[in-house]
Write a protein that binds this ligand. Structure first.
Ligand SMILES: [Zn+2]
Length: 319
């Protein structure tokens, strides 16, 4: 029996699971905290993989999703803002040496796109743009049945599309990127700003408090008809629509898959989003075979992406 191991490394916890080649239900699954005293994330990764190693089965490969840009040629995570201890480490070759099976590393958003393509909302499509909108905006692109990677594996950072040169600061430090205008963080910051200016709302907010208003609070207020909260989602929808019109011109996808916490409020900005895309697209033909779909894999998207990477990299076909 051939099996694969999938690992999803996050800033606070890492998960791993083993799968037979004909099934998406894991044989074994485990999760641990990414950090612990007297241990390194790499050591913890090794013991996590050991804990899901299947008995009496051959492991063909290990796929690992990491939060940061991955050099696809070397399997090194170049920069991990949430787990700086991993930056610059050859994680794939380390695991390969530790377990004596091939190991493959990918950026978590790119692998999420791969996962949704193989197992989720992108099934059957050959040209996909995947956006995950939560604290930030991550993305992955599949064109002609290939995950877009670029020279060093850094391609498809769609969250850093430039929309407003003098706009708000993005998490990357540059002004006016999509992420700084339409991510969950950007929505919460904009709402707080408006309240500080005296705009009326049902949202309770203490402007001396440095913490962001939780997304769920803004979403609930919008659902209950709060005008400011509704405007916040529409504003995000407009910026997303402008950027997506560009993505249609660049990639000509048949589906845009939307994931992440903000996508759960899709109904609050769907109309604005679609109208904005229509306004900015150069020709209506770009919309003819195009649909917008919500992501299907939820919290498992990282694991599913890592599994797809492991299976694909070891030449396995899909169930
Ligand atoms: Zn940016």
């Amino acid at each position: 029996m051939i099996t694969h191991i999938a690992v999803d490394i996050g800033g606070t916890r890492m998960r791993a699971a083993s799968y037979t080649s004909d099934n998406l239900t894991p044989i074994k699954v485990n999760r641990i905290k990414t950090r612990k005293k007297n241990s390194t994330p790499l050591k913890r990764l090794e013991s996590l993989i050991t804990s899901v190693w299947p008995e009496e089965a051959e492991v063909a490969g290990i796929g690992i999703a990491v939060p940061g840009p991955v050099n696809s040629a070397t399997g090194v995570i170049e920069k991990a803002p949430n787990i700086p201890e991993l930056s610059g480490l050859p994680i794939a070759s380390n695991m390969q040496a530790a377990f004596n099976v091939p190991a493959f590393l990918g950026n978590d958003a790119n692998l999420a796109a791969l996962g949704e393509w193989k197992f989720g909302a992108g099934r059957g499509h050959h040209h996909i743009v995947y956006l995950t909108i939560s604290t930030g905006i991550g993305s992955g692109v599949i064109i002609d049945d290939q995950l877009l990677s670029g020279a060093r594996g850094f391609a498809s950072e769609l969250g850093h599309t430039m929309l407003l040169p003098d706009g708000p600061l993005c998490s990357c430090g540059v002004r006016g990127h999509l992420e700084g205008l339409a991510s969950g963080t950007a929505i919460a910051k904009w709402v707080a700003e408006q309240i500080s200016k005296g705009v009326e709302t049902s949202i309770a907010f203490d402007s001396s408090n440095q913490e962001l208003i939780p997304g769920i609070v803004i979403a609930e207020a919008a659902q209950n008809g709060d005008i400011l909260a509704r405007q916040a989602f529409k504003r995000a929808g407009r910026y997303l629509g402008q950027a997506i019109a560009d993505f249609l011109h660049i990639f000509n996808p048949t589906v845009l898959v939307l994931g992440g916490g903000v996508s759960q409020s899709y109904a609050l900005f769907a109309e604005t989003l679609y109208e904005t895309i229509k306004t900015h697209v150069m020709a209506p033909e770009f919309l003819e075979d195009f649909t917008i779909a919500l992501a299907e894999l939820g919290d498992d998207v990282g694991l599913m992406g890592a599994l797809a990477l492991a299976r694909e990299s070891t030449g396995l076909s899909y169930p």
